[in-house]
Design a protein around this ligand. Structure first.
Ligand code: IVH
Length: 609
């Protein structure tokens, strides 16, 4: 059989070669040949990348590919939308439009022990009212992606974004050889998966100069967000697809069937997925997954256990953040030891004081760690941590560096570190509220800087990053967000590193930021308790103008979903005289403060700037 296939391939190649050698070609035969070549290359891509069973040599493949490139150049109108040549990317700028997810991209509930995991399966069976089967999957540590196919054609790929809307990265996704551009059946389906870089490829790439990613996951995520898809094409990305949403799936009773169906459509699913009825066997398999992380050529940070029965999934539903039919079992994070050289305090834009450990740099996993948050005084007391102590440091969830515990006390006799009495930035006495200390001075220079940096970033103001903001603050030129809108060309010209081009880009983005909707401006002002969700609830409850918000009192605010008395009071405290002054001045500068136009319809795109 294998030989028959090989013979057939050789025959096809010879025929294609024969045709390609023919002189000047008419439209019709060019079309036929482009179609044949596209189909043939796509088949070989699938054999090589998805099944790992190539039928032809690299040389033979290159010959086919080069010929297709040549023909498409000669007859650009005849190139197919799913042409395999699209996989090499282009030099065109990606626009990264924001696109809504058909179904929100939720995260997963987490547990850290097998006991918790078993308890979850028992609780879930109880809720379902029947014995269930569960699918165990590896939790791939890569970049989440959503792929949308219309009648079998890949029409969109997007990142997770905020779970509701992601960024359109279709051109970059096309460069991933294991993402089918066309499915084997003309179905319309949306799938979710994880794009990743193999450990071996990461090692090879980091040996080359110029690559500045600390982990395969960050490299994968970075590749998907490259401005030019031709650059994304240079990173060897792979994918495992693990969930699907489609109308054509109603006859699939189980998740395992859905995975098999996805496989049949041409997607790459993880061969290590297993279904269990017996919880002991499930537990043993999860342990097995945990024991073989080192031998896998891709990074995993846990296992995912999912209810197999699709009808039960519907019954279980989901919370605001995660589905109730799945749970992630997270492995313990990698660790190392180092010495705490000092403890700094950082003042956030809301005045919250966070102690941060300055560490003797140490490698954890594939990253070098020099700082770790210590959260608050309680956390430091719990650790009994003093400067000079040797500590165990981990990267929780493989990302956030954390000081886990003290291994050896310092020899200098340093006692457990204590929060300073005064704010190191403005000398105002710190106040304790719950677990945290706060600097109560709204005009504290660190808070001012924090607010300006946050505002500039959220408003998409170009070239107004932390360094420039610090320069302008030290010149006493800016203090509040409204001051940014009074900056002139001449003033910017006096700043180091600001030439005409940069100033123009800055000024243009400043103008563009004025059209941001109320929700985004409010979020950028960073008023305490007014995060994206609260803002959404407020606008949904009819607070569609900033005047309504400025005129609100406790009783009107507490009528809004999710806002209790304490939150309402905090919001009103946040709308202090200076903040009100800022809002008025921003409006004078031309910011619209209007709510966003009606929600984007699925399929529509919204410009992200
Ligand atoms: S299922 C509704 N399965 O983990 C939840 N997720 O923490 C659908 N992930 O955003 C996700 N491997 O990007 C699922 N086998 C797997 C996974 C997996 C990795 C990622 C995924 C998700 C995140 C949740």
């Amino acid at each position: 059989m294998k030989y028959a296939m090989k013979l057939l391939s050789i025959l096809i190649i010879s025929l294609l070669f024969f045709f390609s050698a023919a002189p000047a070609m008419d439209q019709e035969s060019a079309q036929k040949r482009i179609q044949a070549l596209s189909a043939e290359i796509t088949r070989h891509d699938y054999l090589y990348y998805v099944l790992g069973k190539p039928e032809i040599s690299d040389q033979e493949y290159d010959q086919l590919f080069d010929e297709l490139v040549r023909l498409e150049k000669e007859f650009p109108d005849l190139a197919l939308p799913d042409s395999p040549t699209k996989r090499v990317g282009s030099e065109l700028d990606n626009t990264f439009l924001q696109v809504p997810h058909a179904v929100p991209m939720l995260s997963l509930e987490k547990c850290y022990s097998l006991e918790e995991l078993v308890a979850w399966t028992e609780r879930t069976e109880e809720k379902a009212g029947e014995k269930l089967s569960f699918v165990a999957e590896e939790k791939i540590d890569g970049a989440a992606i959503e792929l949308t196919y219309h009648k079998g054609m890949l029409v969109r790929a997007s990142t997770r974004g905020n779970g509701q809307k992601g960024y359109d990265i279709t051109d970059n996704a096309r460069t991933v050889r294991t993402i089918p551009l066309k499915l084997k059946q003309p179905v319309s389906v949306t799938v979710r998966g994880e794009v990743f870089v193999r450990k071996s490829d990461f090692a090879k790439l980091t040996n080359k100069k110029g690559l500045n990613y600390d982990s395969p996951r960050n490299l994968a995520a970075g590749a998907l967000r490259r401005k030019h898809s031709s650059e994304a094409a240079e990173i060897p990305l792979d994918i495992f697809v693990f969930e699907a949403v489609s109308d054509d799936m109603d006859d699939l009773a189980n998740h395992a069937d859905a995975l098999a169906w996805l496989n049949k459509l041409g997607f790459k699913t993880n061969p290590n997925n297993r279904t269990f009825r017996n919880i002991h066997k499930l537990k043993a398999y999860i342990e097995e997954i945990g024991s073989r992380t080192e031998v896998l050529d891709y990074e995993i940070d846990g296992a995912v256990v999912k209810v197999n029965q699709r009808n039960i999934r519907k019954v279980l539903g989901h919370t605001e953040r995660f589905p109730k039919w799945a749970i992630a079992y997270k492995f313990r994070s990698p660790e190392n030891e180092t010495v705490v050289q000092d403890i700094d305090v950082q003042i956030g834009r809301h005045g919250r004081v966070t102690p941060v450990a300055k560490l003797h740099p140490v490698r954890i996993g594939s990253a070098s760690i020099a700082r770790a948050t210590l959260h608050n005084q309680d956390y430091i007391n719990m650790l009994e941590l003093a400067i000079g102590d040797t500590v165990k440091v981990s990267r929780r969830g493989k990302v956030i560096p954390a000081v886990e515990h003290v291994l050896e006390k310092n020899m200098a006799g340093n006692e457990t570190w204590q929060m300073p009495i005064h704010c190191p930035a403005c000398k105002t006495p710190l106040q304790r509220e719950g677990k945290h200390h706060f600097c109560p001075n709204f005009d504290c220079p660190d808070q001012i800087r924090g607010r300006l940096i946050y505002f500039s970033k959220k408003m998409g103001i170009k070239y107004l990053g932390p360094k420039t903001i610090e320069m302008l603050i030290s010149q006493k030129r800016i203090q509040h967000p409204e001051d940014i809108y009074t900056l002139t060309n001449e003033e910017m010209n006096r700043l180091r590193g600001f030439g005409e081009k940069k100033i123009n880009a800055f000024m243009t983005s400043l103008e563009q930021s004025k059209t941001k909707p109320l929700q985004e401006v409010l979020a950028a002002l960073g008023i305490r308790e007014l995060g994206p969700r609260a803002i959404e609830n407020l606008t949904e409850a009819g607070f569609d103008s900033v005047d309504k918000l400025l005129g609100a009192d406790i009783s009107t605010l507490t009528q809004v979903k999710g806002i209790g008395e304490i939150t309402a009071q905090n919001i009103l405290d946040g709308l202090n005289p200076q903040m009100r002054k800022t809002i008025k001045a921003l409006r004078k500068s031309g910011l619209s403060f209007q709510t966003e136009p009606p929600a984007v319809l699925p399929g529509d795109t919204q410009k992200h700037d």
